[in-house]
Design a protein around this ligand. Structure first.
Ligand SMILES: Nc1ncnc2c1ncn2[C@@H]1O[C@H](COP(=O)(O)OP(=O)(O)O)[C@@H](O)[C@H]1O
Ligand SMILES: [Mg+2]
Length: 612
């Protein structure tokens, strides 16, 4: 896990180095803390010089303060020495406190920057993953991973890495000071360290399991809110508020229960840690007091020992206390990296797709496709379309029309066979270059919470206002836009003005018009329009289709009859294909549609088209 974080750490190496240096400095101050007290007890009150080997410049490396300076200090008259020692207490504590504050700020900054970097990578990666991947995910879960789980890095740094490091440094420093004073007592104090680590290991599994459960249940709550809000209209229309509320409360309660269980285990665990620390302290105090009684240790040294012991256990205690947090963070991090390590299942090719699009033909060769392994959606599709032709795709709902055309911009790749443009498999082209030469009107028509102008120019940012207006005029939406409070600058969507489905559809048509790409895919572009408006919009669509290779999924005869070729799709296979006249003559499925569906519409369209 740490290995995966490394790139994020090294990206901030100077800040991290600074935080580490602070850890060392703080450890230094912490080591100094008990010494003024020792001097007061042994030298001011007890009238005893400390052993030269300990403080005067022996194995301790000059003692906590430089040997020469300390020597001069200790030679001071007692009242002055007392004053100096008390001043020392203040200086050391304020120094440690100030450094700790500074360190917290640095650590939080590093942690937050890493969260930010990780989030950025996660979001970028999510945008690259295929529609097939997104089709399998719950939006709320992804939301949770991006917003909540990504905090894991910070927790791991703040509550894991840095406390562990400072514990190790402090521990080493203290051993250097304590061991020469009294080796036996030092070893005694250390006996509880392995016990503590055994405890961590024992509880770890359990806590990680529950933390995983908490994250999963929490993300389910997110998903339910996201779904509930997205479907609020249906919920209200079917008066299902109470039931949705119950479902939500159920999930929320599950999450609460798991969280409580996690806290229970953490509390139990802290309790066990405290008990062990108390036992350790008792043992050291007992043995230490005996040593003072026999004269092997001074009282001041015992005080230092006990003070160090508290400090020694503090970082260990902190790690163990926050172990639940760290365990949770590890789970969060695992959830983040699970997404990051999902291979983009749509590898981008190396070739640049030609600017002018297809020159000869677009061909589906033996194409099969399934969203899920067990259900084939497309079977054995062999279809060749001449460049510049207008193709209509018709067929019942669920036949696979959108899927068939979705293969062209590589929303997903065929499970069998291939799609080729001018003989080149489209997987060989860079995704970006391929998609940037295809304009699409998709279902459902999506509007962004941006201004009308930005919505239309979504596929061509920076388009000039005249071009945007022209596209809007062609899509027959200009008058509607002009009537909005701020015209083209009116904010749409979520917090802005809401449009009808038909208006949204015309905005998306204007968007495709402005995109100006050689290949065009129109997925039921006029399904929400009334017949009269449709006739008008289709004029625009035909202008749009002229000179391009255009695919249109449509149900209306007026649209279909003007196409060069009609593909009839049934149950994921091509049932018939040919020109309008050919298909009518054949008297097959399409001719049947014509009789039942298109012919009456035909009459209606003709009637309505006359006054318009
Ligand atoms: N993202 C998806 N995941 C799983 N199944 C899907 C997905 N999209 C469509 N399908 C299924 O594939 C079939 C064809 O869908 P589609 O191509 O949208 O049909 P059409 O556009 O002809 O109505 C349907 O049975 C549909 O349920
Ligand atoms: Mg469809």
């Amino acid at each position: 896990m740490i290995g995966k974080f490394l790139p994020y750490l090294t990206a901030r190496r100077w800040q991290v180095a600074w935080a580490l240096l602070q850890v060392f400095l703080i450890a230094g101050f912490e080591l100094l803390k008990p010494w003024p007290l020792q001097i007061i007890i042994d030298d001011v009150l007890g009238g005893r010089r400390p052993p030269v080997g300990l403080i005067g410049g022996g194995p301790v490396g000059g003692g906590p303060v430089g040997g020469g300076l300390l020597g001069e200090l200790l030679a001071l008259p007692k009242p002055w020495l007392l004053l100096a020692a008390c001043l020392g207490i203040v200086v050391v504590n304020i120094g440690a406190g100030a450094l700790t504050l500074w360190h917290n700020y640095t650590a939080i900054r590093v942690g937050q920057s890493m969260v930010n970097d990780l989030r950025g990578d996660l979001y970028a990666h999510l945008q690259r993953l295929s529609l097939a991947y997104h089709g399998r995910q719950r939006v709320g879960d992804l939301l949770y991973r991006v917003t909540a789980d990504s905090f894991a890095v910070q927790t791991m740094i703040m509550n894991g890495l840095l406390p562990i490091l400072s514990a190790v440094i402090l521990l080493t420093g203290m051993l250097f000071v304590l061991f020469p004073m009294d080796p036996t007592l030092t070893l005694l104090a250390l006996t509880i360290v392995p016990v503590l680590f055994a405890l961590i290991a024992g509880f770890n599994r359990k806590i990680v399991d529950i933390a995983t459960e908490v994250r999963d249940l929490d993300s389910r709550v997110y998903s339910l809110v996201q779904w509930g809000m997205a479907a609020i209209k249906v919920v209200q229309a079917f008066t299902k508020e109470a039931e949705e509320h119950r479902r939500f409360m159920g999930a929320s309660r599950d999450s609460l229960r798991a969280t409580l269980r996690l806290y229970n285990w953490q509390t139990l665990y802290s309790g066990a840690v405290n008990a062990i620390i108390a036992i350790g302290t008792a043992i050291v105090v007992y043995a230490g007091a005996r040593a003072v009684m026999t004269g092997a240790l001074t009282l001041g040294q015992l005080i230092v020992f006990i003070a160090y012991l508290a400090q020694l256990y503090a970082p260990i205690n902190q790690i163990t206390q926050s172990w639940g947090l760290i365990a949770g963070a590890r789970v969060g991090a695992a959830r983040v990296f699970e997404v990051l390590e999902t291979e983009a299942d749509l590898p981008s090719g190396a070739l640049q797709f030609p600017i002018e699009g297809a020159q000869h033909e677009i061909a589906w060769r033996g194409v099969g496709f399934r969203y899920r392994p067990e259900t084939p959606v497309l079977n054995d599709i062999d279809l060749t379309v001449a460049a510049g032709a207008k193709i209509a795709v018709v067929g019942p709902t669920g036949a696979g029309k959108s899927t068939l055309l979705g293969l062209l911009p590589r929303f997903f790749d065929p499970t069998q066979g291939s799609v080729a443009i001018d003989g080149v498999d489209i997987r060989e082209y860079s995704l970006h270059s391929l998609r940037s030469r295809i304009a699409m009107v998709l279902q459902p028509p999506l509007i962004f919470p941006l201004s009308v102008a930005d919505n239309i120019a979504y596929g061509r940012p920076g388009a000039d206002p005249a071009a945007i207006e022209n596209a809007a005029r062609l899509a027959r939406i200009h008058d509607t836009i002009a009537a909005l409070p701020q015209g083209y600058e009116t904010l749409l969507g979520e917090a802005g003005v809401a449009l009808s489905e038909g208006e949204k559809q015309r905005i998306t048509i204007a968007r495709a018009l402005l995109r100006d790409a050689p290949i065009l895919i129109l997925d039921e572009p006029t399904s929400a329009l009334d017949v009269a408006t449709e006739a008008l919009v289709m004029e625009a669509v035909e202008t749009l289709m002229a000179g391009r290779t255009a695919f249109i999924i449509a149900h209306r005869l007026s649209t279909v009859r003007r196409c060069d070729k009609i593909i009839v799709l049934c149950d994921g296979a091509i049932a018939e294909q040919g020109s309008f006249a050919e298909l009518l003559r054949r008297g097959g499925i399409f001719a049947g549609y014509y009789q039942t569906q298109f012919a009456p519409q035909d009459a209606a369209a003709t009637e309505l088209a006359v006054p318009a």
